[in-house]
Write a protein that binds this ligand. Structure first.
Ligand SMILES: [Zn+2]
Length: 389
């Protein structure tokens, strides 16, 4: 790979012919059209998020004469350059000189580029950037891109995969799933955590359709001219969730919906009954893990482990143990009621507290509470045999 350091390119040169696409949220061209700012394997522009602190910081650095770091271009052909590293900074500069956002001046007043004093404008435009122009094969460039971390904001795994498998498939996938203007995002966000800009939805869509093998899937579909299968599968999962669970609860976000869909989508559910059960379980103070409610219901409301039902506290256990043991000693039988009615050597055994576990006399799933009146201590063997009912 050949690299040449350029030190004479100014902010003015870079921003010549700058185009910002609001719809796609990216900076497109600079250097009078010679420079592609966001090639398809690059991540989305994220410096404008979080109130725009990062893009303002870029401008403030330039105004104060601080360096904004090295920028890398890939020389794609004689008259074509692509930004390999620095697109967030270049887009910040381009957006500022085209009056897309303001910075605060020394008096705390908002200042747009268009309204700035000439000397300040010139200071920005005449600032020279440190740029490495690199020339190499596609695989050399991409291998190297993989090793770069853009200042302070490391690439997430999906951004990396988009870079490695860039091509028509990734372009179409990002258009659908990584576009924060897509009106479906709100609906998807009920079930999926993360932001479109950081590839959360694209990643989930790929994860679901590939059953967790995103890498292989992207590799084999890299040159596809459509994303039909991906879209269809993703929508099937989303439609299935919203048809089974008519209420949206915050705990639904980020669940393993792909796996649940595969496991349960062929079973039929009555959404009204499901909704009533969700509400009943949400009102149950003994359920510690509300995220488990959805899978619990899908599985036929039997696997209570998913709910992490609150167990008895230590004070309750100690108190029940003491009463139970005193009674048993009087009668000369085991303090485990199951052992006491048996015929083996444990019939009269007095277990220590540490050899016993608390059990719900009336099972939680049948409405039994986790309070002292519903608590019985059993030896560990019998407790296990009774199971988590
Ligand atoms: Zn026992």
């Amino acid at each position: 790979m050949i690299t040449i350091l350029k030190t004479n390119i100014t902010v003015k040169d870079i921003c010549e012919g700058f185009v910002y696409n609001d719809y796609e949220g990216k900076g497109l061209f600079g250097l009078a059209g010679k420079l592609t700012i966001q090639p398809e394997y690059q991540r989305n522009y994220i410096y404008a998020s979080d109130g725009g602190k990062r893009e303002m910081a870029v401008i403030e650095s330039v105004l104060k004469g601080y360096p904004i770091g090295l920028i890398y271009f890939n020389k794609a052909s004689e008259n074509k350059l692509e930004v390999l590293d620095g697109q967030q900074r270049i887009t910040s500069l381009g957006r500022f000189v085209t009056d897309k956002f303001a910075v605060k001046d020394e008096n705390g007043m908002e200042q747009y580029f268009g309204g700035m004093a000439k000397d300040k404008k010139d200071k920005i435009l005449e600032t020279k950037l440190l740029i490495y122009e690199c020339e190499g094969t596609e695989s050399q460039i991409k291998e190297w891109f993989k090793t770069i971390n853009i200042a302070g904001v490391p690439l997430v795994p999906q951004e990396l995969l988009n870079a490695i498998y860039s091509g028509p498939f990734v372009t179409l996938g990002k258009e659908e799933f990584s576009n924060s203007q897509n009106s479906n995002i709100q609906k998807w966000s009920a079930y999926i955590k993360g932001s479109a800009n950081r590839q959360a939805f694209f990643e989930r869509a790929l994860d679901w359709v590939s059953k967790g093998n995103i890498d292989d899937y992207m590799s084999s579909h890299r040159n596809d001219k459509n994303i039909n299968e991906l879209k269809k599968y993703f929508n099937s999962v989303i439609d299935w969730i919203s048809s089974v669970f008519i209420d949206v609860e915050s705990e639904m976000q980020g669940l393993e919906w792909g796996r649940l869909y595969e496991q349960y989508h062929k079973k039929s559910y009555d959404p009204k009954k499901v909704s009533a059960e969700v509400r009943k379980l949400y009102g149950d103070p003994y359920i510690k893990n509300r995220k488990g409610i959805f899978e619990f219901i899908l599985g036929g409301s039997v696997d209570t482990k998913l709910l992490e039902v609150r167990i008895f506290d230590e004070a309750t256990k100690k108190s029940v143990y003491a009463t139970q043991t005193a009674k048993a000693e009087k009668k000369g039988v085991s303090n485990c009621s199951h052992c006491a009615i048996g015929h083996d050597a444990n019939k009269a055994k007095i277990w220590s507290l540490s050899d016993m576990d608390a059990d719900h006399v009336s099972a939680w799933s049948k409405g039994g509470k986790s309070d002292i009146k519903n608590c019985e201590m059993l030896c560990k063997t019998h407790n296990r045999a009774k199971g988590n009912r």
